[in-house]
Write a protein that binds this ligand. Structure first.
Ligand code: SF4
Length: 211
């Protein structure tokens, strides 16, 4: 078994049910939820989106929303003022430029307020099954420790390497599995190297071998 197969098999054993923790029922809700999730936990976002989506279930309704009302609904999450403005403006652009449909390409997605490369990748992967992978802090750290990317690679370089190394049809789940692995096992400060099934292929120099 080569290294890539070993990583895939191990992550599948550890996190067979890894998937997005964000709540959404359609592409519009996915896009809004991902915009809201920047620098905030999925759990915090999931607490506000049921109320938000009940009141504003479509881009058409959200673009007409009063800013203060949206701010009130999402005020428990970080950067809520900016995010409230962004999702209203995004809804307006989706309605006026895209006939109410979420764009299925990076260029148009990244032109929406609050949508950067990571957000666009999450939408492209989850809504349109495209072979992309969003790289967050966990994905980047784990990729570097496992030698899938170089220490000084930026986010885009890590993303490109993962896309080249792994089969296309594995990327979507791999994204979630790497996040789980980084969050619960290979943490930034105290990785559980002493019980790591990937230690044989890991290139991290400061392994934590003591419990
Ligand atoms: S050996 Fe340690 S640093 Fe390497 S992947 Fe496992 S937990 Fe992470």
């Amino acid at each position: 078994m080569n290294k890539i197969e070993l990583i895939l098999t191990t992550l599948e054993k550890m996190y067979p049910n890894a998937k997005a923790e964000l709540f959404y029922r359609n592409n519009f809700e996915l896009l809004v939820a991902v915009i809201l999730s920047a620098q905030t936990t999925d759990i915090a976002v999931n607490k506000v989106t049921p109320i938000l989506f009940k009141k504003y279930p479509t881009p058409k309704l959200l673009k007409e929303a009063v800013l203060k009302d949206v701010e009130n609904i999402i005020k428990t999450i970080g950067l809520y003022r900016t995010k409230a403005r962004n999702i209203i403006k995004t809804a307006e652009l989706i309605e006026t430029h895209h006939n109410g449909e979420i764009p299925n390409n990076r260029k148009e997605l990244e032109a929406l307020p609050g949508v950067g490369r990571k957000t666009a990748n999450v939408v492209l992967a989850n809504a349109f099954n495209q072979a992309v992978i969003a790289v967050d802090t966990h994905v980047a750290r784990v990729s570097k420790r496992l030698g899938l990317a170089k220490e000084d690679d930026d986010t885009l370089a890590v993303e490109n390497k993962l896309v080249q190394l792994f089969p296309q049809d594995k990327l979507q789940k791999l994204h979630h599995q790497l996040i789980f692995f980084g969050r619960y096992h290979c943490q930034a400060r105290k990785p559980k190297c002493y019980q790591c099934p990937l230690i044989a292929v890991c290139q991290y120099e400061n392994k934590n071998l003591l419990k």
